[in-house]
Design a protein around this ligand. Structure first.
Ligand SMILES: Nc1ncnc2c1ncn2[C@@H]1O[C@H](COP(=O)(O)OP(=O)(O)O)[C@@H](O)[C@H]1O
Ligand SMILES: [Mg+2]
Length: 273
């Protein structure tokens, strides 16, 4: 990548990355006596694919939960679009354009793929139940608009043929794709993915990689993702934060962190699940 400044930078493959979207400043997060995150600072830039890596228990999921606003750190500040962010309700997170997937799939197993993806739009719906009864026509119109958006996501992720299938009947890799679809249905500006490829076979991983790159490319979505597979991280990400025991031990391009001795010692030198 070329020199980074406040305006952004250009990646090795020629993509333009913008200014800072989100900045974590000296974040510390504790659970009782356990320090999950210790004094970590880093930023995420507009249009970037930012990876968070590190051994199990390093604090990666906790960090994603701080980014998403689900956890409020005891110390430090989160800045979003140039403003210090106050604690938020889940619907406020969605309205700010942040959507996520989970390390353990969190879908409604008995519901169809289509209905699961529709739930991704719930927080964007203006018409409540009462209004739906009063203003049937308006609610109908809104429902149609939402369905159109959802159908676009279904086409984009190539899951047309399973749209009516109950999620519980799908193989693991497709469930993960449906979860991505639900997150995309919210039309996020910032997409957070917690181990989107964990437990997948090689082919499923390749598909998921391609979809993540396509989302970034097509919609300009900024992406922060946690991933174990170093090959995937190297292929996908523009910059990488490395965590170990709640501390940040590396931050830079995939090449930079791959050659960072602290990172090699803590993470790359040992086998991972
Ligand atoms: N909700 C929680 N309550 C108590 N401890 C937690 C909770 N979430 C995470 N931890 C602890 O914080 C540390 C970091 O966990 P986590 O963020 O899940 O790491 P990673 O995602 O890197 O594997 C671990 O020691 C874990 O046990
Ligand atoms: Mg985790």
């Amino acid at each position: 990548m070329n020199a980074m400044n406040s305006e952004g930078y250009t990646t090795a493959d020629g993509r333009k990355i913008g200014g800072v979207m989100m900045e974590m400043k000296n974040i510390t997060l504790r659970f009782g006596g356990v320090k999950a995150i210790t004094d970590i600072s880093f930023d995420i830039r507009e249009g970037e694919i930012r990876a968070i890596i590190g051994p199990n228990g390093a604090g990666k999921s906790s960090m994603l939960n701080v980014i998403s606003g689900f956890y409020v750190p005891q110390e430090g500040e989160v800045w979003f679009h140039g403003q210090r962010r106050a604690p938020m309700k889940p619907y406020e997170v969605a309205q700010q354009g942040i959507a996520r997937t989970f390390q353990n799939i969190a879908l409604f197993e008995g519901m169809s793929v289509l209905d699961n993806i529709m739930t991704g739009r719930l927080t964007l719906m203006k018409t409540g139940l009462f209004q739906q009864a009063m203003w049937w026509g308006r609610a109908q119109k809104e429902e149609t608009a939402h369905r159109e958006k959802v159908e676009k996501v279904i086409d984009f992720l190539e899951i047309q043929d399973i749209r009516k299938t109950p999620v519980g009947r799908l193989p693991y890799g497709l469930k993960k794709r449906v979860e991505l679809a639900r997150a995309l249905a919210a039309e996020p500006k910032l997409l957070l993915l917690d181990e989107p490829m964990a437990g997948m076979n090689v082919e499923e991983k390749e598909d998921m990689c391609r979809f993540i790159l396509d989302v970034n490319d097509e919609f300009g979505t900024t992406i922060a993702l946690i991933e174990h597979d170093m090959g995937v991280v190297m292929d996908l990400s523009d910059r990488v934060v490395v965590m170990d025991y709640g501390k940040k031990i590396g931050d830079g391009t995939p090449d930079e962190v791959r050659n960072n001795q602290d990172v090699i010692n803590a993470y790359l030198g040992v086998a991972h699940d």
